[in-house]
Ligand binder design. Structure first.
Ligand code: GRF
Length: 196
């Protein structure tokens, strides 16, 4: 049966585009809704143009009340009956309460070779550490930040003199290959590690 995928974005949405563009033909999944906490997200306008249903739940009116924000998100996505949620640059952290409602059903992409460099500003931290290699990871989301079983990783070299923005672009180009590759396998029931 076709898997129904909800995709969560906060920013530009380039990973969203890569995922949606891959979910065609013999892919076992289709996008059913794009969700954002940010009405200005480039991902929302792109999805609207594409005719994919979108929902925006602004986190700001909820303040520190993350449970109420999550309840609003759950209610907003319910009519689309997603089976799998893909976080693609979604800049809110879900509570254990939300995550436990979606066991092994939430994927995230993170711009580092996890378990190294959890959290923000990964490219700057890689440069500061003088690493020779960097990359990105797709993992299942658990209640620990940027943790959970790793489903795939793509590696890129760090080149002498790289700026954080050059390094970020190199990683992002790999993200656009890795995330669709992992989702394609995952929705077909194959959780073997993907290495690019
Ligand atoms: C990506 O680098 C992703 O790994 C991180 O946020 C960025 C989102 O970029 N979590 P985009 O919105 O998909 O272009």
């Amino acid at each position: 049966m076709t898997k129904r995928v909800g995709i969560f974005v906060s920013g530009g949405g380039s990973n969203l585009r890569a995922l949606v563009d891959d979910m065609v033909g013999d892919h076992t999944a289709r996008p059913v809704v794009v969700v954002s906490n940010n009405a200005q997200s480039g991902g929302i306008s792109w999805a609207n143009n594409k005719g994919i249903p979108t929902v925006v739940v602004d986190h700001r009116p909820f303040g520190d009340d993350r449970l109420s924000f999550e309840n609003a998100v759950s209610a907003a996505i319910y009519p689309y009956f997603p089976d799998i949620l893909c976080l693609a640059g979604f800049m809110r952290v879900f509570t254990a309460n939300f995550i436990s409602s979606w066991p092994d059903k939430i994927l995230n992409i993170h711009p580092s070779l996890l378990p190294r460099y959890k959290g923000l500003n990964t490219h700057e931290r890689v440069l500061k550490a003088g690493d020779k290699e960097h990359g990105c990871s797709v993992h299942l989301v658990t209640s620990l930040l940027d943790d959970g079983p790793i489903l795939g990783q793509a590696h890129v070299p760090v080149i002498q003199g790289d700026t954080a923005s050059e390094l970020s672009n190199r990683v992002l180009a790999k993200e656009h290959i890795l995330y669709p590759a992992v989702l394609r396998r995952f929705t077909a029931g194959d959780t073997r590690f993907v290495r690019l």
